[in-house]
Design a binder for this molecule. Structure first.
Ligand SMILES: NC(=O)c1ccc[n+]([C@@H]2O[C@H](COP(=O)([O-])OP(=O)(O)OC[C@H]3O[C@@H](n4cnc5c(N)ncnc54)[C@H](OP(=O)(O)O)[C@@H]3O)[C@@H](O)[C@H]2O)c1
Length: 293
């Protein structure tokens, strides 16, 4: 199947995009993830939405099918706060799919306080970094079967962090922990790109912008700032999805594997993310935590 459709972006329109075959993708059930999945569906992709809530997943699939007339929209359940659940998802996908062209690691949490998971990790870092790290690694062999892309949804907040591996083990405060997890997303992308050199897989990290979604509502921001100001200053979820979509489908991005993107264009790596040796140490620690080997 082949299709040409431009992607929308606030600042930069993409060139014509061509998908030469059906793409299998993973995204979310609400917010930026929902809009990303819906866009892929419009392009004719076979989409798998991986999320933890069955009712929301079913509702998202039905809505996308209705809006796009694409019936190839499916969901699989996963709880990113559990490594066992992530391993089960990866096993299912490896069994049912013969290729996976796009993986979008989008799901994330912001202000969840000091909570330990069943794996003994802080809930925030496990959800935002360790589980996407594990899932990606478990799906790499499948992704190497086609020319595929991995998009890691990070945040500008990563700019404010200073990597400290010890801090990943404990609760510091919600912003420090969120910023560190988003810096981990960027460092993971850098080291992953280096390990994927010479394969058919490339990877990109993304700051989606400041987007009015549930994640911000949870932070109390909506309560502090008036709704009309939020509407004016913040992107909506459709706009917030555009940089992820751009990195997933834009032609000729392969030479920029490992780079960071905002508003549909590549930006200079944040100062906090420039040391590739720190990226390697984040990888080594993550590998140990998720017991990859
Ligand atoms: N919004 C912004 O301004 C902004 C800015 C920079 C970066 N980002 C990043 O953008 C990404 C998407 O955020 P968003 O703004 O769209 O937030 P959102 O509307 O809150 O969506 C977050 C998604 O993550 C899912 N999720 C959370 N914990 C999970 C778990 N344990 N297992 C499986 N799924 C889980 C949620 O599922 P449930 O429905 O089950 O809760 C939801 O679908 C995040 O990585 C975030 O850090 C957002």
């Amino acid at each position: 199947m082949s299709q040409k459709k431009p992607s929308k972006c606030k600042k930069k329109q993409t060139d014509e995009i061509s998908l030469s075959k059906k793409r299998n993708t993973r995204a979310g059930n609400m917010g930026i993830g929902y809009e990303t999945a819906a866009d892929f569906a419009k392009r004719g992709a076979n989409v798998i939405i991986a999320c933890r809530n069955k009712d929301r997943a079913e509702a998202a699939c039905e809505k996308i099918k209705k809006e796009t007339h694409n019936q190839d929209i499916h969901y699989k359940l996963v709880d990113l706060s559990s490594f066992a659940s992530v391993r089960k998802l990866a096993e299912e996908i490896n069994q049912t799919e013969d290729h996976l062209d796009i993986l979008v690691n989008n799901a994330g949490v912001y202000n969840v306080g000091n909570q330990l998971t069943e794996d003994g990790q802080q809930l925030l870092i496990q959800t935002n970094h360790y589980s996407p790290f594990l899932l990606t690694n478990l799906l790499l062999d499948l992704m190497k079967k086609s020319k595929s892309r991995i998009v890691n949804v990070s945040s500008l907040a990563g700019m404010a962090a200073k990597m400290d591996l010890e801090k990943l083990n404990k609760y510091n405060n919600f912003f420090t922990d969120y910023a560190l997890s988003k810096l981990c997303n960027i460092m993971f992308t850098i080291e992953l790109a280096s390990r994927l050199k010479g394969t058919s897989v490339t990877t990109y990290s993304v700051h989606p912008g400041t987007v009015k979604t549930e994640i911000i509502r949870d932070s109390g921001l909506v309560a502090i700032v008036s709704r009309s100001i939020i509407r004016t200053l913040f992107k909506n979820a459709t706009e917030g999805a555009q940089t992820s979509i751009y990195c997933a489908v834009e032609n000729d991005l392969e030479p920029f594997s490992g780079e960071h993107f905002e508003d549909c264009h590549m930006v200079e790596r944040y100062k906090s993310a420039q040391d590739v040796w720190i990226a390697k140490s984040v990888w080594a620690k993550s590998e140990n935590v998720v017991q990859l080997r």
